[in-house]
Design a protein around this ligand. Structure first.
Ligand code: GRG
Length: 297
C-alpha cells in the first residue's frame, strides 16, 4: 500500500479483491464437501461480488501491521463466506424472493430451494472452520466471537428479522437505524475489527477501526437504499426497485432521496473522522469511503 496520498483506489481495490478471490478459491477446495453442495457453494461464492468485507479485513490488518498476514486472509475468506450465505438465503422465496444475484440466476433458481438452504448453511459453518485455522488459538477465538456476534441473532439475522417484520409499516427512524445497524453495518464492523485483531492492534486502534466499520456499514446501506431507487438492475446485478415494491423501511422511504443523500454524506464524514489517529496510513480507507459514495453497483 503506498504511503502517500497518491493512491489509485480503484486499482488497489481490484488487486485486493483478487487476493480475496484467490484465498476463497483455495479454501473452498480444501474440505470434503458433498458434491452437489460443493457445486452450489462454489456457484455463489466464486467469481462475484465486490469483496468489500474481505478487503476491509486485509486493509485494516495492513494499517496496523504493515502487511495483510495469513490470519487476515483466512478471516477475509470467513467474512465473505458468511456474507455469501446471507445473500443466498435472502434471495429465497420465503425471504426477498429474488431471481438474480451478482448478475446471474440466484442459487435456488440455478439449483433448488433445498440445495440453496443447505449451501448457505454449509458456507456459514465452514466459515468458522476456516477461522479455527487462525493462530494462535487465542486470536482465533477472538475472531470467532466477533464474527458470531455480528452475523447471528443479535446482529445480521436480527436485522433481517426486523427488516421482514417492518415491511408495509410506516417508517420510523429508530426501527430503520436498528435494521441498518444490524443487517449491514455490524458485518462491516466485524470486518474492520477482525482485520485489526489479525494485525494485533492495541485497544485504541481496535476501537477506532470498530467505530469506522460501523459508520461505513451504515453509509453503505444508505447508499444501497438510494441505489435501489436510482440504479439499473443491469448495473447492480440484482433486481432494483424492490424496496418500494415490498414496502421496505429505507432512508428514502422515511425522508426522501435528497435528505437520504445528506445523511449518507454526514455518515461518511463521521466514518472518516474515526481514522484520524492513523494519519496517512489510513488514506486508503478514506479513499474507499469516497469511492463507495460514488458507487453505481
Ligand atoms: C438471510 C440471515 C440473512 C441475512 C440477510 C445481508 C442480508 C441479510 C441480506 C442481503 C440483502 C441486502 C440488501 C442486504 C443489505 C446488505 C447489503 C447491501 C448486501 C449486499 O452487499 P454487497 O453490495 O454485495 O457488498 P456483493 O455482491 O458485492 O458482495
Amino acid at each position: 500500500m503506498p504511503e502517500t496520498t497518491k493512491i489509485d483506489i480503484k486499482d488497489q481495490l481490484k488487486k485486493s479483491a483478487q487476493a480475496v478471490e484467490n484465498i476463497l478459491a483455495e479454501v473452498i477446495e480444501d474440505y470434503p464437501f458433498e458434491n452437489r453442495l460443493h457445486q452450489a457453494m462454489k456457484y455463489s461464492l466464486l467469481d462475484g461480488g465486490k469483496r468489500i468485507r474481505g478487503v476491509l479485513a486485509l486493509w485494516c490488518c495492513e494499517i496496523i501491521n504493515g502487511k495483510p498476514n495469513r490470519n487476515a486472509q483466512l478471516a477475509a475468506a470467513a467474512l465473505e463466506m458468511v456474507h455469501c450465505y446471507s445473500l443466498i438465503h435472502d434471495d429465497l422465496p420465503a425471504m426477498d424472493d429474488d431471481d438474480l444475484r451478482r448478475g446471474k440466476p440466484s442459487n435456488h433458481k440455478k439449483f433448488d430451494d433445498a440445495t440453496a438452504i443447505l449451501a448457505g448453511d454449509s458456507l456459514l459453518t465452514y466459515a468458522f472452520e476456516v477461522l479455527s485455522r487462525v493462530k494462535p488459538e487465542k486470536t482465533a477465538i477472538k475472531m470467532v466471537k466477533i464474527l458470531a456476534d455480528a452475523a447471528g441473532g443479535a446482529g445480521m439475522v436480527a436485522g433481517q428479522m426486523a427488516d421482514i417484520r417492518s415491511e408495509q409499516k410506516q417508517p420510523d427512524l429508530e426501527t430503520l437505524q436498528y435494521i441498518h445497524t444490524n443487517k449491514t453495518a455490524k458485518m462491516f464492523q466485524a470486518s474492520t475489527m477482525i482485520g485489526a485483531v489479525a494485525g494485533d492492534a492495541d485497544e485504541k486502534q481496535l476501537e477506532a477501526l470498530s467505530e469506522f466499520g460501523l459508520k461505513l456499514g451504515l453509509c453503505f446501506q444508505i447508499a444501497d437504499d438510494i441505489l435501489d431507487i436510482s440504479a439499473e438492475t443491469q448495473d447492480m446485478g440484482k433486481t432494483t426497485g424492490k424496496d418500494v415494491e415490498q414496502g421496505k423501511m429505507t432512508y428514502p422511504a422515511l425522508m426522501g432521496i435528497e435528505k437520504a443523500k445528506q445523511i449518507e454524506l454526514q455518515t461518511a464524514s463521521q466514518a472518516t473522522e474515526k481514522l484520524d489517529i492513523f494519519g496517512e496510513k489510513a488514506e486508503i480507507l478514506k479513499q474507499l469511503v469516497n469511492l463507495l459514495l460514488k458507487r453505481k453497483k
